[in-house]
Ligand binder design. Structure first.
Ligand code: CU
Length: 662
C-alpha cells in the first residue's frame, strides 16, 4: 500500500473510533445498556487497531505520524482505558438488568473517550506537523472541558444529584454525602482550573513569534569575508557574450479581450494584448533585454523567468528582488541567455489570478553551434482559461504537415497550476530535455504517458514516420497536435485510448552520468513538510497550505552561504499534489520515497510531490540572492505555501507591500 493509502486508512479508522465512542456514550446515557455494551466492545476493537496504522505511517516517515504518536494515541488510549475501567463492568452488569442505571461518571468517561478520539483527529487536520506545545495544551484542555461540561449537563439532568456517582436513571437514589459532594466539587474545580490553565497557555503560545531563519545544520553566519550586498545590485550584464547579439523587447501588461485562434473571447490580463505573451526566442550567448511596462493591471506586474537562473535582481519576485510595476511604471530586465532550452516567463505579482488570466509567455534559447536544429520545432504552452484548455492560443487540435523522416521537436510547457498528461501516439519518441536541461542518453519509448508538473517543460523529439502522429493532451482525442506526413491522403488512423498507458518515470529514464557533487556531503539539510493546517497567512487566519505548519510570510527563511551544497527533504502530508519550485537554481533529484534516481541525472526547477511522497533533492548554492521557494500550484502559493531561500550577506531594500498577493 502507498503512504497516502495508509494515511486515508488511518483517517478512516480514526473517524470510526470517534463514531463508536460517541455512539457508546449516547446509548449509555439513554440507558440502552445492551447496545451500549456492544458498542463499547466495538469502540475498544477499533481503538486497538489504530496503533497498527499509526506505526505503519511512522515507518514511512516520522512526519506522517508524529502528532498521532505523541498526542492523539496517548490521549485516546488514556481516555479509553478510563472509560473501560469506569463504565465497562457497570455496563456489563446493567445489560441484563432493565432499568438499572449507569453512574454519571461512567457516561462521562465514555464521552471523554469520544472527545479524545475527536480531538486527535482534529489535531491531524488542523495542526499537523510539527506538533507544538500550544497544540498539545489546547487539545488536552478541550478534552477536559468537554468532560466537565458533560458532567455538568448529565448531573443536572439527574435532578438535584450533582454527585458524579448519581445514576443517570432516577430510579435509584444515591445517599447524599456532603463530604463526597464537596470532594467531587473540589475535583471538578481543580480539573476546570487545569483545563483553563492549559488552554490559556496553549493559546498564548500561539502568539509566540516563529524563528525568523533556519540554518539547516549550517552556521548562522558564514565566514563574513564577503561584503554585504543588496539584491538591487545583483543585476545582469549589459552586453552579450562574444558573438552574441542583443534582443530588445518591450512588453506592456494590459487588460484585454482576446479572441483565440480557435474562436471564443477571453477576458484576459496580457503582455502586449496577446495570449500567450510574445514568444521570446534567443540564441545561446545573446543578451535579452526586456522593458516591462504596466498599462492598467491594477495589482501590478513583474516578469519572472521561470527556471532560468538569472542574477537575483532580474528574478521578478515582488517584495524581494523588486517592487511590483504599478500602472504607469516600468522595469528593465537584462540577462545573458547562457542556458539552452525551453523556459517560460510569467508575472510573480498576484500570480494566482494573474498568470491564470494570461500574464505568461514562452522563452526558448537555442544552441549557438553544434546542436542540430529540427525541421519542425514547435513550442506548445498549455493553459486553461476558465474551462477552456488551449495550446498556444488555440483550443482543440492543431495540424501540421511534416516531411516523412524529418526530425521534430515538441516543446511542452505547462503554464497551469495542475499537472497535464501528454501521450504521443503513432511513433516512438525520446524525452531529450526536462525543464530545459538535456537528459543523458534518453532511450526511445513508445506508448508511455508523460505527466508534466505545473510550471514544468519536456522537450520531446521524434523522427516523422510515414503515417500520422498525434500528441494527445489529457487523454482527450479532440485536444492536442496532429502531425500529418506531407502528401498524406489516406484516412487518419483511429487514435488509441491513451489513458491506460503507463507513466514514463523520469527517475529511471536515460543513462546515469557523473554529477558535480556527492549529496551525502551536504553543508545544509532542510526538511519541508507540506500540509494543510490552521495558520496565519499574510496576517489573516486561514485554513492554509502550510510548510512545517506555517503560512507565508511566517515560514522561517532558509539560510545558506555561497558555495554550500544544500539538500532538501520535501514531504507531502496532504492529499493534494504540490509542484515544488525553487527560484534561481535547478535541483538534482536524488530519490523519491527512498528509491534512488537511477536514470539520467535529472535536474529540474519544478518537481511534483504527490500525496504521501517524500523527495530528496540537492543543489549547489552558486547564485547569491533572496529566492522564492514555493508551491507552483499558484492557489496553494496564495494560500500560504511560500518561503524564501536567503544567502548570507544578501539583503533587500524592497518591502512586500501586498504579502497576500505575491
Ligand atoms: Cu501545492
Amino acid at each position: 500500500m502507498t503512504t497516502v493509502q495508509w494515511i486515508l486508512l488511518d483517517h478512516a479508522v480514526a473517524l470510526l473510533s470517534v463514531a463508536f465512542w460517541f455512539a457508546t456514550g449516547v446509548t449509555a446515557a439513554l440507558r440502552r445498556h445492551r447496545l451500549a455494551f456492544g458498542l463499547l466492545i466495538g469502540a475498544v476493537l477499533v481503538t486497538l487497531t489504530r496503533p497498527a496504522t499509526v506505526v505503519t505511517l511512522a515507518g514511512r516517515g516520522w512526519w506522517f505520524a508524529q502528532e498521532k504518536v505523541l498526542l492523539g494515541l496517548p490521549l485516546l488510549g488514556a481516555a479509553a482505558l478510563a472509560a473501560v475501567v469506569v463504565a465497562g463492568p457497570r455496563l456489563f452488569a446493567a445489560r441484563r438488568t432493565p432499568g438499572a442505571g449507569l453512574p454519571v461518571g461512567g457516561v462521562v468517561a465514555l464521552f471523554t473517550a469520544a472527545y479524545a478520539a475527536l480531538v486527535g483527529l482534529v489535531v491531524t487536520f488542523l495542526a499537523g506537523y510539527p506538533l507544538t506545545w500550544s497544540t498539545a495544551l489546547i487539545a488536552v484542555s478541550l478534552v477536559c472541558a468537554g468532560a466537565l461540561l458533560t458532567a455538568q449537563v448529565l448531573g443536572r439532568q439527574a435532578g438535584e444529584h450533582t454527585d458524579a456517582e448519581s445514576p443517570v436513571s432516577l430510579r435509584t437514589t444515591a445517599p447524599r454525602d456532603s463530604s463526597a459532594l464537596s470532594r467531587r466539587g473540589f475535583i471538578g474545580l481543580t480539573a476546570g482550573a487545569v483545563a483553563a490553565g492549559a488552554g490559556i497557555t496553549g493559546v498564548g503560545l500561539l502568539f509566540r513569534g516563529p524563528e525568523a531563519v533556519v540554518t539547516g545544520g549550517g552556521p548562522r553566519r558564514a565566514s563574513g569575508s564577503r561584503p554585504p550586498v543588496s539584491v538591487a545590485d545583483l543585476r545582469g550584464p549589459s552586453a552579450p557574450a562574444p558573438g552574441g547579439t542583443s534582443h530588445r523587447h518591450t512588453l506592456t501588461a494590459r487588460t484585454a479581450t482576446v479572441r483565440l485562434a480557435s474562436g471564443g473571447d477571453v477576458d484576459a490580463w496580457t503582455y502586449d494584448g496577446q495570449l500567450p505573451g510574445p514568444a521570446i526566442i534567443a540564441t545561446q550567448g545573446d543578451l535579452i533585454e526586456v522593458t516591462l511596462r504596466n498599462s492598467d493591471v491594477e495589482d501590478g506586474v513583474t516578469l519572472h523567468w521561470h527556471g532560468y537562473d538569472v542574477p537575483c535582481g532580474e528574478d521578478g519576485a515582488p517584495g524581494a528582488t523588486q517592487d511590483a510595476v504599478a500602472p504607469g511604471g516600468e522595469f528593465v530586465y537584462r540577462f545573458r541567455a547562457d542556458q539552452v532550452g525551453t523556459y517560460w516567463y510569467h508575472t510573480h505579482q498576484a500570480s494566482h489570478p494573474a498568470v491564470r488570466r494570461g500574464l505568461y509567455g514562452t522563452l526558448v534559447v537555442k544552441p549557438r553551434a553544434g546542436g542540430q536544429a529540427e525541421e519542425l520545432d514547435l513550442t506548445l504552452p498549455v493553459h486553461t482559461f476558465d474551462d477552456t484548455v488551449v495550446i498556444g492560443n488555440r483550443e482543440g487540435r492543431t495540424e501540421h504537415a511534416v516531411r516523412p523522416g524529418a526530425p521534430v521537436r515538441l516543446r511542452l510547457v505547462n503554464t497551469d497550476s495542475e499537472p497535464h498528461w501528454f501521450a504521443l501516439a503513432g511513433t516512438p519518441f525520446r524525452v531529450v530535455a526536462v525543464d530545459g536541461r538535456d537528459l543523458h542518453q534518453p532511450g526511445e519509448v513508445r506508448e508511455a504517458g508523460l505527466r508534466l508538473p505545473a510550471g514544468g517543460r519536456y522537450d520531446v523529439v521524434l523522427a516523422m514516420p510515414g503515417t500520422p502522429v498525434a500528441l494527445v493532451l489529457d487523454h482527450d482525442h479532440g485536444s492536442g497536435v496532429l502531425l500529418r506526413p506531407t502528401g498524406h491522403t489516406g484516412n487518419d488512423p483511429a487514435l488509441p485510448d491513451t489513458s491506460g498507458w503507463p507513466e514514463l518515470d523520469l527517475l529511471h529514464y536515460g543513462e546515469p552520468a557523473t554529477v558535480p557533487f556527492d549529496a551525502d556531503d551536504a553543508d545544509r539539510h532542510f526538511t519541508i513538510v507540506l500540509d494543510r493546517a490552521l495558520a496565519m497567512v499574510d496576517g489573516r487566519p486561514a485554513y492554509a497550505q502550510t510548510v512545517d505548519g506555517r503560512g507565508h510570510p511566517s515560514i522561517p527563511d532558509q539560510l545558506v552561504a555561497e558555495g554550500d551544497l544544500v539538500r532538501y527533504t520535501v514531504v507531502n502530508r496532504s492529499l493534494e499534489t504540490h509542484p515544488w519550485h525553487l527560484h534561481g537554481h535547478p535541483v538534482l533529484i536524488l530519490s523519491r520515497d527512498g528509491t534512488r534516481s537511477s536514470g539520467s541525472p535529472l535536474w529540474v526547477d519544478t518537481f511534483d510531490v504527490r500525496p504521501g511522497e517524500v523527495w530528496e533533492v540537492a543543489f549547489r548554492a552558486t547564485n547569491p540572492g533572496i529566492w522564492m521557494n514555493h508551491c507552483h500550484n499558484l492557489r496553494h502559493q496564495d494560500q500560504g505555501m511560500m518561503l524564501q531561500l536567503v544567502y548570507d550577506g544578501v539583503s533587500t531594500p524592497y518591502e512586500d507591500a501586498s504579502h497576500g498577493h505575491s
